[in-house]
Design a binder for this molecule. Structure first.
Ligand SMILES: [Zn+2]
Length: 193
C-alpha cells in the first residue's frame, strides 16, 4: 500500500543498518514493479520510516542511507510525478548533476542529466526526488513557481503574495490576495490591472 497522505510523508526517515536496508530495498522494488508506472519509491511511502529508496530507470538501484554530497550549480527544469500523488504533475528545478554516497555502494555515485539520453535526466531527477522523500520533502515543496506575467502600464512588475488583486473570468470577478488567486489563474481566470 502506497501512502497518499502528504502529512505522513513529512517526517525525515531514520538511518538504517545495511542488512535491514537490503530487506526494505527488496520490498520497495517489489512495490515499484507492482505500481507499473513508477520509476522510484522511498521507504516512507510504504510506511517504513527508514532511509532506503529505490530507483528503476536504467536498472534497479537500491540506496541505503543515501546522502547528496555534492551538486552542480546548474539546474534543469523537470516535470515530475509521484506514486503518492498519482494525479499530480509538478514542475521543479533539479540539479544537473549530483554526487551521492550510500552505505551499500563502495564508491560515490554520480547522476547526471547532461547526456543526450533522456533516461539520464529521469534518473538524475528521480534520485533527487527520492532522497527528498527520505528528508520528509515532497515534490510540492520543490514546485517551481512561475513569475507572474503582468501586462500594463508599469510592466514588468512583481506582485506580492499578500497583495490584493482583481481577477476575472467571463463576467465574474473577484478581489483576493495574490497567493489565493494563483491557483485560479491556472484555471481560466485572468488578472485584471
Ligand atoms: Zn515521490
Amino acid at each position: 500500500m502506497i501512502i497518499k497522505d502528504r502529512s505522513k510523508l513529512e517526517t525525515p526517515c531514520e538511518v538504517v543498518s545495511i542488512k535491514e536496508g537490503e530487506e526494505i530495498g527488496v520490498r520497495l522494488l517489489h512495490e515499484l514493479r507492482e505500481s507499473k508506472s513508477g520509476i522510484g519509491l522511498a521507504a516512507n511511502q510504504i510506511g517504513i520510516n527508514k532511509r532506503v529508496c529505490v530507483i528503476n530507470v536504467k536498472e534497479p538501484l537500491v540506496l541505503i542511507n543515501p546522502n547528496i554530497i555534492d551538486v552542480s550549480e546548474e539546474k534543469f527544469k523537470f516535470a515530475e510525478g509521484c506514486l503518492s500523488f498519482p494525479n499530480d504533475k509538478v514542475k521543479t528545478l533539479r540539479h544537473t548533476w549530483i554526487k551521492v554516497h550510500a552505505d551499500n555502494h563502495d564508491s560515490t555515485l554520480v547522476f547526471s542529466a547532461e547526456s543526450n539520453d533522456i533516461n539520464d535526466a529521469f534518473e538524475c531527477a528521480c534520485v533527487q526526488h527520492e532522497i527528498d522523500h527520505l528528508d520528509g520533502i515532497t515534490m510540492f515543496d520543490r514546485e517551481l513557481k512561475r513569475e507572474p506575467l503582468i501586462r500594463g502600464k508599469n510592466a514588468p512588475q512583481k506582485i506580492g503574495r499578500n497583495e490584493k488583486v482583481t481577477i476575472t473570468k467571463g463576467k465574474e470577478s473577484k478581489v483576493l490576495k495574490y497567493k489565493k488567486a494563483t491557483p485560479l489563474l491556472e484555471d481560466g481566470w485572468t488578472l485584471s490591472i
